[in-house]
Design a protein around this ligand. Structure first.
Ligand SMILES: *[C@@H]1O[C@H](CO)[C@@H](O)[C@H](O)[C@H]1NC(C)=O
Ligand SMILES: *[C@@H]1O[C@H](CO)[C@@H](O)[C@H](O)[C@H]1NC(C)=O
Ligand SMILES: *[C@@H]1O[C@H](CO)[C@@H](O)[C@H](O)[C@H]1NC(C)=O
Ligand SMILES: *[C@@H]1O[C@H](CO)[C@@H](O)[C@H](O)[C@H]1NC(C)=O
Length: 482
């Protein structure tokens, strides 16, 4: 298929451009000439494959026209390169190396990651800048309102935001955004030398905001349990990735989370409810969905009010997706296995005009790794894998999801096709000082790596997460909420 391949590679180079507008015309011309080439020279399979290709061009070309044209988002879609020099390696603290996840072989990249994870290295300091550079809504001018991925981020009381592995709920009732996440404001320790670094359960913190930049702490809305050692939320246990959705029928705010014991053998989901977005939440129970182990998870509420649980299962080898019951307090019996044998975790699900997307990470403990984007027209699957969505920065940053792990993707209502990618930059030597990486994510253009598609042609719009040292929300991001 040389003709089609050359068209595809032209498409790829276009996708790397910041302004994708002209690509539709170019694709049409490219397809016309490849078609006549085929009519003259090629038959059978080649012809069928090309017809597939053209039909997908039409489909995705249409999708493409939805976004990337807004002047407001053009700045967010600028490709920003990084040319930093990695500091010279120092002797890595052997304890630090042992503490990080064991990787096969010892590539240059894994040595750099080990160095980065070592809290005493210069490389670590580069990506965990000190509090003097903090994003601070109590000082200076709110009108700058820049996001600085990786910097300390203070709330409106001047304290570092503690909402790790979090997610955001837009509450129609109060026209306010609520950010829920793990409060990790305690000491990091290990139960035993082979175990993962941990912090005792403090609870789920909630922050409120109207502008997504200055966040007010609403308190710990689901606290850890201090005395009852058999309770799921006893401080010695694990509570991760809390996500909250609102049930319009029961008028309850429903929180789902990963519940585990200190050595991650319980592998369950937990459920809590509240009448108010700011809690307090009452903890109901934990269980293994459909009897399967469940570690990293998320929930997604669709436009039609149906909600779904996605969980990493079977020893993190695959994900399962299941609709929730109408009250959002349990899973239904429907279940599908997706991304089987892919070893993906940290799922974040979002939707644009009938297509569902998901960002996941590989499973490598606290160490960062390359993200993948996935897409489907049917939320229950099958899901297809598109490729690494990271754009800009440099090779090192793209291979590490900008040194972070996905946790949530928030739609910007006034800018369809533009989202905020929310991720955690874990700091395993001091988990409480883990940082937030928020970056613009956009859907538009053709995917340049449709890894699962049988003919190897792009069939989905490309998902791009754009690196920026600093950025802010464009005008009009909130407009369409009534
Ligand atoms: C910035 O905005 C927050 C929340 O709106 C407010 O509490 C704070 O006082 C503002 N700071 C300044 C310096 O205006
Ligand atoms: C401790 O927690 C367990 C599990 O939630 C519960 O069944 C038990 O009643 C609790 N005990 C006390 C004394 O509250
Ligand atoms: C898990 O941890 C508990 C104590 O927290 C311990 O009793 C148990 O033996 C551990 N299980 C495994 C498989 O390590
Ligand atoms: C959830 O549904 C399953 C299957 O119907 C049922 O066995 C289980 O008891 C339910 N759990 C709760 C907490 O209602």
């Amino acid at each position: 298929m040389p003709a089609a391949v050359s068209v595809v590679s032209r498409g790829r180079s276009k996708m790397r451009n910041t302004q994708r507008k002209p690509s539709i015309l170019n694709f049409d011309a490219g397809c016309g000439s490849s078609l006549s080439f085929i009519v003259i020279g090629l038959v059978g399979f080649t012809l069928i494959a090309c017809l597939f290709f053209i039909s997908h061009q039409v489909k995705t070309g249409h999708a493409h026209s939805y976004s990337s044209h807004l002047p407001a988002t053009r700045e967010l879609e600028q490709v920003e390169e990084e040319h930093f020099r990695l500091p010279p390696p120092h002797k890595v603290n052997p304890r630090a190396v042992k503490r990080t996840v064991k990787r096969r072989g010892s590539t240059k990249a894994s040595k750099i990651i080990d160095e980065y994870l070592d809290g005493s290295s210069a490389l670590h300091d580069m990506f965990f800048p000190s509090e003097t550079t903090a994003v601070n809504p109590t000082k200076g001018r709110n009108d700058s309102m820049y996001f600085y991925p990786g910097r300390v981020w203070l709330d409106t009381d001047g304290n570092a935001i503690q909402a790790h592995g979090g997610g955001i709920l837009y509450d129609q009732n109060t026209a306010t955004y609520y950010w829920y996440g793990e409060n990790k404001d305690g000491p990091t320790y290990q139960i035993h030398p082979e175990g993962a670094q941990r912090i005792d359960i403090i609870g789920v913190s909630c922050y409120s905001s109207k502008d997504l930049w200055s966040w007010t702490h609403e308190g710990i809305v689901l606290p850890g349990e201090r005395t009852n050692i058999t309770h799921d939320l006893h401080i010695s246990k694990v509570l991760e990735r809390p996500k909250v959705i609102y049930n319009d029928r029961t008028r309850q705010y429903v929180m789902w989370m990963h519940i585990d014991d200190g050595n991650y053998t319980k592998a369950s989901v937990g459920v809590a409810v509240s009448r108010s977005p700011t809690g307090p939440f009452s903890y109901l129970y934990s269980f293994r969905p459909h009897g399967f182990d469940s570690r990293d998870m998320t929930i997604f509420k669709d436009d039609d009010g149906m909600a779904y649980l996605f969980y990493a299962t079977r020893g993190n080898t695959e994900l399962h997706v299941s609709p929730l019951t109408a009250d959002y307090l349990n899973v239904t019996s429907a279940i599908r296995r997706i991304l089987v044998r892919r070893f993906r975790e940290a799922p974040a699900v979002f939707k644009l005009r009938g297509t569902y997307y998901m960002i996941t990470s590989r499973c490598s403990g606290w160490a960062p790794n390359p993200a993948l984007a996935h897409a489907t027209h049917k939320i229950m699957g099958p899901w297809e894998t598109l490729g690494n969505p990271c754009v800009g920065g440099n090779h090192f940053l793209r291979l590490t999801t900008f040194l972070s792990q996905s946790t949530f993707v928030l739609p910007l209502p006034g800018l369809p096709g533009t989202f905020i990618f929310m991720a955690d930059r874990w700091n395993p030597s001091d988990l409480c000082d883990s940082r937030y990486v928020w970056l613009p994510l956009s859907i538009g253009g053709l995917a340049d790596e449709a890894l699962d598609y049988s003919f190897g042609f792009p069939s989905w719009s490309r998902v791009s997460i754009y690196w920026h040292r600093k950025w802010r929300l464009p005008e009009g991001w909130r407009k369409s909420y009534a």
